[in-house]
Write a protein that binds this ligand. Structure first.
Ligand SMILES: Cc1cc2nc3c(=O)[nH]c(=O)nc-3n(C[C@H](O)[C@H](O)[C@H](O)COP(=O)(O)OP(=O)(O)OC[C@H]3O[C@@H](n4cnc5c(N)ncnc54)[C@H](O)[C@@H]3O)c2cc1C
Length: 455
């Protein structure tokens, strides 16, 4: 075991854990048996923003690069991928795209593991169309704290399967999974881009009674700095995988070789991303988008993972780190969404990345974040004056509207926010306790939110 300082991608709450790269399943059993007090948690690539994959004073299993779990394979006839939990979507895509298959759901970065994708039940720009990651998992094998390995699927041990999907690593260690992938005709994406002048225009364009449901992928970037008549203006991008013909035909229609082009400088002044620089960036970004709908062909990295082009971009916020805030409110609560955006822009909180998405129906997992509604994601420098008070105000607006917060992004909500936001939380706790009767799994996030505590 090695003592290591760990944080999430937001680089805020650093703590020290005993880390282990398990050589095999037996090594995981040994760590679990030796960690009765502060417990154990699995960690993927550490792309959750808060403290979900760290465990102060306890143990952390570093899953990427281990030989734990079934070896990777892709069935060219069915598109079923079998992958060890520590494998990244990046590694899967490098093999599957040239063979004509795409991961069913990808977040805004391809540097997440299969285990992390299941534990957070991640969603992508296609949630309204395809649902979230867990809905594409055919089965998985999970190591329980008793040392037993169980096979879970929607048909076999269904309650345990759905408690693990979105269960933030607190039901057991996912060892491997079988995942259904999507057949694609090319490695390009047909993208329609449109500039929208204000909040009303953005919401109207993305509403289910418009054409939005006909696009597999749809997301809007929103300018949170704009005020007055431009408040909530945005750029909407929608599309689907291009056919081979749309991608220009030829031998290389499935070519895929994403590159990380730049590295963030190792030392960054704390005020680099401030209100002025973000305002300037937003203006350029908005003006750069075509004022009329424009159809183009983009590569997979440009459309899905633009931030992955800059290595360690999370250091750009300086030493204090940053907070990523993601919530969802039901479809009918557009006015609450407007008030939240007004609250952020009115208080001059600058967000470099603010993304709005309309989500489809909730799946069977009690702790899965997505549910039918509007989700807004934004990030802010952690040290901003007045930020805790502003977020507390917004939390109340979200929860009063019947909304909730995304645990994979969270670093600040109160324990009561989970109880109010997730109506099936107590049911999940019961199933979790069945799977882990001795209470061995734990994390800083679980302790802060009292996820193991009744009531
Ligand atoms: C730039 C960026 C963009 C993002 N965009 C999106 C997005 O669009 N949609 C979205 O949903 N999320 C998004 N995320 C969040 C990210 O997808 C999730 O936090 C994901 O869980 C990270 O995976 P990871 O492998 O890094 O896991 P970690 O962050 O290391 O861990 C996350 C959780 O998974 C658990 N876990 C990891 N491995 C295992 C395992 N083998 N068994 C059991 N539990 C395990 C951990 O205990 C922890 O609770 C984004 C993150 C970044 C940095």
């Amino acid at each position: 075991m090695t003592k290591q300082r760990l944080s999430g991608w937001g680089r805020t709450a650093w703590t020290v854990s005993d880390t282990v790269v398990p050589a095999d399943v037996e090594a995981i059993r040994t760590v679990v048996a030796a960690s009765p007090h502060r417990g154990v948690i699995a960690r993927g690539l550490g792309r959750s923003y808060g403290a979900a994959a760290q465990n102060a004073g306890g143990s952390v299993l570093l899953m990427p690069g281990t030989a734990v779990g079934a070896p990777y394979s892709l069935d060219d006839n069915t598109g079923i991928v079998t992958a060890p939990a520590g494998m990244s979507l990046d590694d899967i895509l490098r093999d599957s795209v040239p063979r004509g298959w795409f991961v069913p759901v990808t977040p805004g970065t391809r540097f997440v593991t299969v285990g992390g994708a299941i534990a957070s039940d991640i969603h992508g720009k296609n949630h309204h169309f395809d649902g979230s990651f867990g809905q594409h998992v055919r089965s998985m094998r999970v190591l329980l704290s008793s040392g037993e390995i169980v096979r879970l699927s929607p048909e076999e041990n269904a309650a345990w399967f759905w408690a693990t999907v979105g269960g933030m690593g607190l039901t057991g260690v996912v060892l491997d999974a079988e995942i259904r992938t999507l057949k694609i005709g090319s490695s390009r994406v047909r993208v329609e881009t449109e500039r929208l002048t204000d909040f009303d225009a953005v919401v109207a364009a993305m509403s289910s009674d418009g054409a939005d449901d006909t696009y597999r992928y749809s997301v809007a970037w929103v300018d949170l700095v704009a005020t007055g008549r431009s408040m909530g203006r945005g750029v909407l991008t929608r599309g689907d995988h291009a056919t081979a013909a749309e991608a220009g035909g030829g031998d290389d229609v499935l070519a895929y070789d994403p590159k990380v082009r730049l590295a963030a400088p190792p030392w960054v002044p704390n005020q680099l991303l401030n209100k002025l620089s973000i305002k300037a960036f937003n203006e350029v970004w908005y003006r750069k988008a075509p004022s009329r709908r424009h159809v183009g062909i983009e590569s997979i990295p440009t459309f899905f993972h633009p931030l992955d082009g800059v290595r360690q971009w999370n250091t750009l916020y300086g030493s204090q780190g940053f907070i990523q805030y993601q919530f969802i409110v039901p479809l009918g609560q557009v006015e609450v969404l407007r008030r939240v955006i007004e609250a952020f822009s009115g208080q001059g909180v600058a967000s470099f990345l603010a993304v709005l998405k309309r989500m489809g129906p909730q799946n069977a997992a009690p702790m899965s974040f997505p549910t039918e509604g509007w989700t807004l994601t934004l990030d802010m420098a952690a040290g901003l004056r007045g930020l805790p008070e502003l977020l507390a105000r917004v939390d109340t607006m979200v929860l009063d509207a019947g909304g909730r917060h995304y645990l994979a992004k969270d670093s600040h909500v109160a324990p009561s926010a989970v109880r109010r936001g997730y109506p099936r939380f107590a049911e999940w706790q019961e199933v979790r306790a069945e799977m882990d009767p001795t209470g061995r799994w734990n994390s800083d996030l679980a302790r802060r939110l009292g996820l193991m505590e009744k009531g």
